[in-house]
Design a protein around this ligand. Structure first.
Ligand code: SF4
Length: 884
């Protein structure tokens, strides 16, 4: 009998989609859970490819000390002993944990408890600092607590959806699909996208406002001023439920439409349209994300958005609310346990009363009494030697932080660095003194909370490989060895969850909305069966869809607060030496530093190399060529990436994805270009605005290597490692001095000297293929002129053959069989449909996304490519028709 599918949750973005995993004859299969309220059966391209990421290739399977495999007890003893010694000699502020929104709530809880209650420092911060902390601070200032009042259903109930600083089509694809489906069904719904780039999300927009980077607070201040002038304020709500509105309205009353339009570099008519729609539409939801948060004035930007929703009474109402989208699967869970250094636990800050309360509850011998260091400060303290022992859990700061070269220096200098991870080789792990193998998705059990406060279970369906262990177990074993046995003697995540729930309701009395009291009595079976529910629960099975519905807020007066916002420009401006503004972010099919999505070949089909997106006018003015290579640099550092032409960019702005790192390219870490500039309240770095210069990289030669065997060590100026279906692809470029010698050719191609070769030194050409018993092993093409290189698709397809045919063998060094057409860059990764095929279908009469689906299957699986299908239809100037 086929076992029933396991119900679990996607480990990627904050949408928190439910997943059904089943064992099939040919391996694991993954599909969307139709009963999960977040996704109702949908999955995006990343979630749909999860089954391809389950192999043990690249996994860390055994504890290591200084690169040598050791037994668990030895690794744990060493970690506990070194932390104890450093604390004894230098005090508790000399140690720190840096954790992650990838952790489950139970893992997070024990790490926070150990650091803040038993070590006696609050130096535990999470990578959510990089994506969410401005929203946290904004919520606390306005609402009195870090609360997202809305739910996903509100996006479907709204008549106006405003997306600001959010490319949801790529970063929260399933929520975007829900929005797109609703918009198609409800003609009266309007969508406004506010983003300097015309992203895939803007394909759905009735109005796109490509505002100047960093000017969001001007736009929302102007909206507030307009609402007042146009009679759009809800005075009854303001007088009953809000304080601070007098000063806030006074601060914007002189702001005119033309001043806003000038500050934001937008046409006045477009700003007026947005303001009119917002004023007229009671049911309006504003979705905001990293484009707002990742700024040196991120908290103020958040409050400028919350101000307009408070001023109109549109908070926590069906189809009317501000709505912060979280980036990671459990960024919210981290916020709930107190994983940020400036929070204590369970939505309690550091006050004498709360410190005492938590001390009693934990029976804590050594309570932290003040906030710890926020991420950027924390790594600076490591670099300065003030923090001597650091434990990094489930994250990769050597890639993801600003000023990564300083971070790498900090990791190198750190007296004692422990890294818990699922992946053996990461940019961070290479500096660790102790490596601890953690359980991965599919192997671990616990809970996560998504953007709409919905707590869902992640359930294990795989046994633990090698000696991998869950993070909660690892933390507790170290705690026990540090002398805290009885307080960390948990036997299961369920036990930890119950304690977390009890703490949330301790002496709460309605003062904190985060209260999981009804879940504190779940037994193990009930915990295992826990259905997704939104906190705060009113019973063990009923959650709360919306908060602040009655206009009461968890502040001393019970009222929300509006704050006068003085807009500030980004900390650093472009200048003649660095004329472009760099924006960073996610692409559609990769996740964070690619440790997991890098395992699925189809997720490289959309964008396979690190790149810089630039407007065609900027390319022309700076002598750059689409498809060429460019150095993106500033005083911080440099990246070497592929140039992508994109009319979606604002002239003067460039975009570089955040994912690439030293495991996948030579110099692609965008963090090297970002300064350590943070919001003064939240400590969130300004990832969206760094002045840079872009210069063409003049390669003496370019080429590519396709190989079954991954050589890993490539030493040329540019290489990018791309996982294909049956081979690895390396894109290569270098100087004359880096032209590969025979020894290098052997390393790249493998085997001895037996290979089919074409050498033409005068033309700067080298082509080679190695075939063993009829099976292709490797192909290498190097050319002085990149234009002479063939497309890779046909050659890559030959790696699927058990034996090459005569025609195929004959075409090897040509790079094509002489007659095949490739399908262009892949747009639909689920069905492998390329751009050329789509354009041909459009030219052949396909007039809608649905028609393309019927003709090619494109867009019919996860739907992540639908915005790009729409863009191709628009580009072909084909008005989309609605399917009958
Ligand atoms: Fe996972 Fe995609 Fe759903 Fe996000 S939208 S949770 S990445 S399936």
């Amino acid at each position: 009998m086929k076992p029933s599918p396991i119900r679990t949750t996607c480990p990627y973005c904050g949408v928190g989609c439910g997943i059904l995993v089943s064992r099939e004859a040919n391996g694991w299969s993954v599909r969307g859970d139709p009963e999960h309220p977040a996704n109702r059966g949908r999955l995006c391209s990343k979630g749909a490819a999860l089954a391809e990421t389950l192999d043990l290739d690249s996994r860390l399977l055994h504890p290591q000390i200084e690169g040598r495999r050791v037994a668990w007890h030895s690794a744990l003893d060493t970690v506990a002993r070194r932390f104890r010694e450093i604390i004894a000699e230098h005090g508790p502020q000399a140690v720190a944990f840096y954790v992650s929104g990838q952790l489950l709530t139970e893992d997070y809880y024990v790490a926070n408890k150990l650091m803040k209650g038993f070590i006696g420092s609050a130096n535990i911060d999470t990578n959510s600092r990089l994506c969410m902390s401005s929203a946290v601070a904004g919520h606390k200032r306005a609402f009195g607590e870090d609360v997202v009042p809305a739910c996903y259903e509100d996006v479907e109930l709204a008549d106006l959806v405003v997306l600001v600083g959010s490319n949801a089509a790529w970063t929260h694809p399933v929520l975007y699909q829900r929005l797109a489906a609703t918009k198609q069904a409800r003609a009266q719904m309007r969508v406004v996208v506010i983003d300097p780039r015309r992203t895939a999300t803007a394909e759905l927009a009735d109005l796109h406002l490509p505002l100047a980077p960093g000017t969001d607070a001007w736009l929302f201040n102007g909206l507030l001023a307009h609402l007042r002038r146009a009679g759009g304020l809800d005075w009854g709500y303001l007088q009953t439920h809000v304080e601070g509105f007098g000063e806030t309205l006074a601060a914007v009353e002189r702001l005119t439409l033309s001043e806003v339009a000038a500050a934001c570099e937008l046409p006045e008519a477009d700003v007026a349209t947005f303001y009119r729609w917002f004023a007229q539409t009671t049911r309006s939801v504003t979705l905001f994300s990293q484009g707002i948060n990742q700024s040196s004035s991120g908290v103020d930007k958040v409050n400028s958005i919350l101000n307009v929703h408070l001023a109109t009474g549109r908070v926590g109402q069906p189809g009317a609310s501000p709505f912060s989208l979280t980036g990671q699967p459990n960024a919210m869970g981290g916020r709930e346990v107190g994983g940020l250094a400036n929070q204590l636990a369970a939505h309690m800050d550091f006050t004498p009363e709360t410190i005492e309360r938590v001390r009693r509850f934990w029976r804590a011998p050594s309570m932290a009494t003040a906030p710890g260091l926020k991420t950027v400060e924390l790594f600076e303290a490591v670099r300065a030697g003030d923090i001597r022992a650091l434990w990094v859990i489930a994250t990769n700061p050597a890639v993801s932080l600003p000023q990564v070269d300083h971070v790498v220096e900090a990791l190198r200098r750190c007296e004692f660095l422990v890294v818990s991870d699922v992946t053996a080789r990461t940019d961070t792990a290479r500096h660790a003194h102790v490596l601890l193998p953690a359980a991965a998705w599919g192997e671990k059990d616990g809970t996560v909370t998504n953007s709409e406060r919905r707590i869902s279970r992640q359930r294990a369906f795989l046994s633990l490989p090698g000696e991998a262990r869950p993070d909660w177990w690892i933390v507790c074993e170290v705690a026990r060895r540090m002398g805290f046995s009885s307080d960390f003697a948990y036997r299961s995540p369920a036990e930890i969850f119950r304690e977390h729930a009890r703490l949330s309701s301790l002496e709460n009395g309605g003062t904190r909305l985060f209260d999981l009291g009804p879940l504190a009595s779940l037994d193990d079976v009930a915990y295992d069966r826990l259905e997704p529910l939104q906190w705060p629960p009113t019973s063990r099975s009923v959650g709360t869809a919306r908060l602040f519905t009655d206009g009461r807020y968890p502040t001393p007066t019970g009222k929300a607060r509006m704050l006068p916002i003085q807009p500030r420009p980004p900390a650093r401006r472009a200048d003649t030496a660095h004329p472009f503004v760099l924006n960073t972010g996610r692409i559609r099919d990769q996740w964070h530093t690619m440790t997991r999505t890098g395992k699925a070949a189809r997720l490289f089909a959309h964008i396979g190399e690190p790149c810089v997106e630039m407007h065609p006018r900027d390319l022309a003015e700076h002598g750059l060529r689409p498809g060429g290579l460019a150095r993106v640099y500033n005083t911080q550092g440099e990246a070497l990436v592929r140039v992508m032409e994109s009319a979606a960019q604002r002239p003067g702005s460039v975009f570089v994805p955040m994912h690439w790192n030293d495991q996948y390219t030579a110099r692609g870490r965008v963090g090297a270009l970002i300064g350590a500039i943070t919001d003064p309240i939240s400590g969130q770095p300004e990832f969206k605005h760094a002045p840079v210069a872009v210069l063409a990289y003049a390669a003496d030669w370019q080429g590519f290597l396709l190989t079954r065997h991954d050589p890993q060590a490539i030493c040329v100026d540019y290489w990018a490692r791309v996982r294909g279906q049956d081979c690895w692809r390396y894109e290569l470029a270098g100087s004359l001095a880096q032209w590969p010698a025979e020894e290098t050719l052997r390393l790249w191609l493998g085997g001895g000297r037996e290979r089919i070769e074409l050498r033409d030194p005068a033309a700067g050409r080298y082509r080679a293929a190695r075939v063993e018993t009829g099976r292709l092993q490797a192909v290498l093409f190097l050319e002085r002129q990149a234009a002479a290189l063939p497309r890779r698709q046909w050659l890559e397809s030959l790696f699927a053959r058990e034996r090459l045919g005569e025609d195929e063998r004959a075409g090897l060094l040509l790079g094509h069989p002489g007659r095949a057409q490739d399908s262009g860059g892949i747009i639909c990764v689920c069905h492998g449909v390329g751009e050329r095929a789509i354009v041909a279908a459009i030219e052949g009469g396909a007039r809608s996304v649905e028609a393309l689906g019927l003709a090619l299957k494109a867009g019919t699986c996860c739907g992540s490519c639908i915005p790009e299908l729409r863009a191709l239809l628009t580009r072909a100037r084909v008005p989309e028709t609605t399917a009958a």
